[in-house]
Design a protein around this ligand. Structure first.
Ligand SMILES: *Cc1c(COP(=O)(O)O)cnc(C)c1O
Length: 493
């Protein structure tokens, strides 16, 4: 299996190891597989009897053909071990006959980013060997909270990789800050910057494009790499849990082989929902993909009108991981429905005017699989309350946006097929907003909100967040954003 850019079919095709190391195509496009491998009925039946790591290795093996079965199985066993994913890698919880919550937050950082970031570093480590790379990869991450911690946990103590994470000193929650400051591992560095998330991101981009910095690293035996969510190494592992959910619905007798399920995904960068679309293209019986947005409902508008227009107000919401106006992975959907030439044209228009409108045939192809709904702040809070009242189920703010969209879809269409709703974060990761949605003003101490939410609902605090206030703080550096490169140099010694 080779991979090519979404924007240029004539460019050189590369192996999985090469594109996992490289991240982005040289023309600025994203990497996509040159063909979609099939998932047969016989294979789905076989996977029904397999555990999660085996399911993952089988699906990944269809794309990462330059990795051996043994390598993939060993990496998946290590990544999705029961000690890291307490309570299972991707358990499916039925709320009623239609709605099934696919809990993707049982990993070490209590958010769904773990599903990809626990395995991708292992794939990168092997990619270095496979491509004859002799240097060590230095991962630089700017984070607004969730990605940084998940990347730290994923890359910690992985061979031939070091990672440095920068976060805005006043731009992350107390829990998120503690999660990063107490990070374990011998190859990790965490630093706060005086500035906001944009300053951190701009600082990382500046270092990445600084020729002198690259030269300095090269002499020391390092090269820059990124943990970015548009890397194929983060996307491929996300296909697995949709296949796994289908197997679980078969095993429970909710579905018979071949019957279709629907899927709802709380969407930001369009990575998670695109993985569900890939599962459908491979042959997994999925009917509709419901794209759930918060008040930043640019995708709802796009799926309704065919026009993507980022010239609009940006809103900060209680589901911050979905506060996004550029959904990078949407480019991959355009590639599969419009082809490379038109994708390049749409992306040029997005760059120059902030907007593009897809052609009628592309809109029709997207409509066959996708529809979009959104929940504003009030609807999100109401959904958290109703989910608790009606099902005694504690949903985080992102999951609540998805549940609201799923119910809107069912009400509008009357479609009662089993609906798998991707639950992307532990409610305790966003304890303050969940508490406020349920009971009014939360305790002023951020850590007390976790305990009180647990006491009031009777739902246990998610394992990795327990006792977070008592862990040893390792990282206290705070630097001006102009000094980020100096901080990296100091870290490398
Ligand atoms: C990243 C994230 C999302 C959005 O996922 P995309 O793949 O970017 O669409 C949703 N919920 C949570 C909790 C996240 O961390």
């Amino acid at each position: 299996m080779k991979f090519q850019s979404t924007r240029d079919l004539n460019a050189e095709k590369l192996s999985a190891a090469q594109i996992i190391k490289q991240g982005l195509a040289v023309d600025g496009g994203l990497f996509v597989p040159e063909s979609i491998p099939a998932l047969t009925v016989a294979e789905i039946e076989e996977l029904c009897h397999a555990d999660y790591p085996t399911r993952a290795a089988r699906i990944l093996g269809k794309f990462l053909t330059d990795y051996t079965e043994e390598e993939l199985l060993a990496d998946c066993r290590a990544a999705y071990a029961e000690t890291s994913f307490v309570g299972g890698a991707a358990p499916l919880v039925a709320l009623d006959e239609t709605i099934h919550s696919l809990e993707l937050w049982h990993g070490p950082t209590a958010a769904f980013k773990d599903m990809a970031l626990q395995i991708m570093p292992r794939l990168l480590s092997r990619a270095l060997v496979k491509t004859g790379e002799e240097r060590t990869a230095l991962i630089l991450v700017a984070t607004s909270g969730d990605t940084g911690k998940a990347a730290l946990e994923g890359y910690k103590d992985i061979d031939r990789i070091k990672i440095a994470v920068f976060y805005p000193v006043d731009g992350v929650s107390r829990v998120q800050k503690l999660q990063m400051q107490t990070q374990l591992g011998d190859n990790v560095y965490v630093c706060a910057i005086n500035g906001n998330f944009d300053d951190a991101q701009t600082g990382v981009k500046r270092i990445f494009s600084d020729a002198a910095a690259a030269e300095y690293l090269n002499e020391k035996g390092y090269f820059f790499s990124s943990a970015n969510s548009i890397n194929w190494g983060r996307l491929a592992p996300q296909i697995v849990y949709y296949v796994s959910a289908y197997c679980d619905l078969l095993n429970k007798g909710t579905l018979k082989m071949g019957e279709k399920m629907n899927v709802t995904v709380p969407t930001g960068n369009f990575g998670n929902i695109f993985a569900a679309y890939l599962a459908k293209l491979m042959g997994l019986p999925i009917d509709k993909l419901v794209c759930a947005s918060n008040k930043n409902n640019i995708l709802t508008d796009f799926l309704t009108t065919g026009t993507y227009d980022r010239n609009r107000q940006f809103h900060l919401t209680m589901s911050p991981s979905m506060d996004i106006l550029i959904s990078s992975n949407l480019e991959r959907l355009l590639y599969f429905t419009a082809g490379a030439a038109r994708t390049a044209k749409y992306m040029k228009s997005l760059n120059e005017t902030g907007a593009y409108t897809v052609d009628a045939d592309v809109k029709a192809a997207i409509d066959e699989s996708f529809c979009g709904f959104f929940a504003d702040e009030e609807m999100t809070a109401k959904t958290i309350r109703e989910t608790m009242d009606n099902y005694h189920y504690l949903a985080d703010t992102h999951t609540a946006v998805a549940l609201s969209a799923a119910w809107q879809y069912v009400e509008k269409t009357g479609d009662k097929k089993p609906m798998v709703v991707a639950s992307t974060a532990s409610p305790y990761k966003f304890a303050n907003d969940v508490y406020t949605s349920l009971y009014g003003a939360a305790p002023s101490d951020a850590l007390a909100a976790l305990d009180e939410l647990s006491a009031k609902t009777g739902v246990e605090i998610t394992y990795p967040l327990r006792g977070i206030g008592e862990r040893k703080i390792r990282f206290t550096d705070v630097v001006p954003s102009a000094d980020m490169w100096k901080a990296v140099q100091k870290y490398l010694g």
